[in-house]
Design a protein around this ligand. Structure first.
Ligand SMILES: Cc1cc2nc3c(=O)[nH]c(=O)nc-3n(C[C@H](O)[C@H](O)[C@H](O)COP(=O)(O)OP(=O)(O)OC[C@H]3O[C@@H](n4cnc5c(N)ncnc54)[C@H](O)[C@@H]3O)c2cc1C
Length: 495
């Protein structure tokens, strides 16, 4: 085993021996779907980030809810940690089993698209469904509907992304993916199965056409969103779909001043014309073209913003396009330096590799150039865009960082924003330097009110020093009520 990987010192087998746990897991899942072998466990012990690796003790591959109910009852009675896992692409160390225990890998067998309601535009998914799978399924079977896709790889999980409040390529319009959840089926610590949302009618079964809303009852879905698997196991999730409009075209705004995109994001965002507005710095654009250590030259643009627009008719599209062009003209009169171009033309000229940023889901080239990747991924106040960009740019320059990516979005028609400096790095030689840079960025961004998502423990530790004590007390009370024996993904949020 590589020396990098160490299991945290905590004896989780005080109530029951490891051998007996193994025997019980074999009884529940069968010998093909349980392993305690290092060779099978090792891939679950780390992720792409700088978060410290830890080995799990077992991995199980569930196939149905009955097995999971038995597992939860068994683990709850014997105080054995359970870490729910889909594909481990959260970029926050969230599925690294801090205290050992059992990885429950939903990605292998519990990955069915169970139902699509075309009228009310939602899909019911098992936790293991991937973005690539959902896109293919909708394109082939429901071409009038689409989902909202992140820049995560096509093999990342849709439900994991929604449960972590992801931000995807319809987020300018619909906001956080957490808001897109209509309903959940969950297993709680005592092994009960609860259906939450409008699917709550029906004693044992729900009508598949009843998963259409999360309101107006008390919003228990919030007990599972952003909790990083700490409150129970989600076994079904209904997510909203959106009309796949016949006219879809993207523009790229090229910004020459370092912070010229800030006004653009706010103004176009609130004009309600764009599906998405993703911004990234010129270094990210160069990395996409395969330039490994991009340098910036005088007079070069600083940022690009991809702006997809969709419409039902040509007239509607032309109206939206005119609004976009007028906003850019007005901003230029005010002193910004912006150019707008057709994204298809731009990608033909600049290189088709750029399409990986737009034709989602896709493997986005700059994110896979190195063995590691980490970020300060945050929800942010949009009036701080300028300060955030200037300071993070300065930090990247101070450390002469070779692949400095600044990426983000405007959300829900400019109600809030995303600010995400990304650091691709060599995991085996650069971890220390990367952590130092990230820590400096984190301290600054938190001081401006940014709220990191998919948060690793070292970040939640910093956040806890700033959060009001009442919130922390309530949060801890809910956790101990939902999971009194601390079996679900223990250790997250420094609990
Ligand atoms: C290169 C790259 C780019 C990315 N870009 C974006 C982006 O643009 N926008 C964005 O939003 N995200 C982005 N991501 C993150 C990614 O989209 C999501 O975090 C991911 O989709 C989560 O799915 P997963 O399969 O990785 O889940 P996992 O990491 O396996 O799990 C996610 C969390 O959910 C918990 N969990 C898993 N299954 C269950 C369950 N059944 N019940 C309860 N809890 C559960 C886990 O314990 C964990 O805490 C990116 C990731 C990468 C690697």
């Amino acid at each position: 085993m590589l020396s990098l990987t160490v299991t945290k010192k905590r004896n989780i087998f005080e109530k029951i021996s490891k051998e007996d746990v193994y025997k019980n897991l074999l009884d529940i899942f069968g010998s093909h779907y349980v392993s305690d072998k290092d060779v099978d466990l090792y891939p679950y012990s780390y992720d792409m980030t700088e978060c410290e690796p830890h080995m799990p003790d077992f991995v199980v591959i569930p196939q149905n809810i009955e097995q999971l109910v038995e597992l939860v009852k068994f683990c709850n009675a014997n105080l054995i940690p359970i870490v729910p896992y889909i594909s481990g692409n959260n970029v926050g160390g969230l599925t690294i089993p801090e205290q050992g225990g059992i990885i429950v890998d939903f990605g292998k067998k519990m990955n069915k698209i169970l139902h699509v309601n075309e009228n009310m535009m939602y899909a019911i998914l098992e936790p293991g469904v991937t973005f690539g799978q959902l896109k293919k399924y909708l394109d082939e079977n429901y071409p009038t509907l689409r989902y909202s896709y992140p820049m995560a790889p096509p093999y990342a999980g849709v439900v994991g992304n929604a449960l972590l409040s992801g931000m995807n390529n319809l987020s300018c319009k619909i906001g956080s993916m957490g808001d897109s959840i209509n309903g959940l089926e969950v297993i709680t610590a005592d092994g009960d199965i609860a259906r939450i949302g409008s699917c709550f009618y029906g004693k044992n079964e729900a009508d598949p056409d009843s998963w259409w809303s999360r309101y107006p009852m008390p919003d228990l879905i919030g007990l599972f969103v952003n909790w990083q698997g700490m409150t129970g196991l989600v076994t079904k999730c209904a997510v909203q779909l959106w009309p796949n409009k016949p006219i879809q075209k993207a523009f790229v705004a090229i910004a020459f001043g370092l912070t010229d995109i800030a006004d653009l994001l706010r103004e176009v965002g609130r004009s309600e014309i764009a599906d998405d507005m993703s911004y990234f710095n010129i270094a990210a654009a160069k990395l996409t073209m395969g330039i490994e250590h991009p340098r910036q030259f005088p007079e070069e643009p600083e940022f690009l913003v991809i702006i997809p627009i969709s419409a039902k008719t040509e007239e509607m599209f032309e109206a939206k396009k005119n609004i976009l062009f007028n906003i850019i003209a007005e901003l230029n009169i005010k002193g910004n330096n912006l150019i707008i171009a057709d994204f298809d033309e731009f990608s033909r000229l600049a290189g088709l590799k750029y399409r990986c940023i737009y034709d989602l889901p896709a493997v986005v080239i700059p994110t896979v150039l190195k063995s590691g990747i980490t970020w300060f991924g945050s929800y942010c106040p949009t009036h701080k865009f300028e300060e955030l960009i200037e300071k993070v740019d300065e930090i990247f320059r101070k450390y002469d960082y070779h692949s400095p990516i600044i990426y983000g979005k405007i959300m829900k028609y400019a109600h809030y924003g995303i600010f995400r400096p990304i650091l691709p790095y060599n995991k085996f030689t650069e971890e220390e330097k990367v952590h130092q840079i990230l820590e400096e960025m984190t301290d600054f961004c938190l001081s401006l009110g940014c709220i990191p998502y998919k948060t690793p423990n070292w970040m939640t530790e910093k956040m806890r020093k700033k959060i009001n004590p009442g919130w922390i007390k309530l949060f801890e009370k809910i956790k101990s009520c939902m999971d009194p024996n601390n079996i679900f993904n223990p250790g997250r949020w420094n609990l």
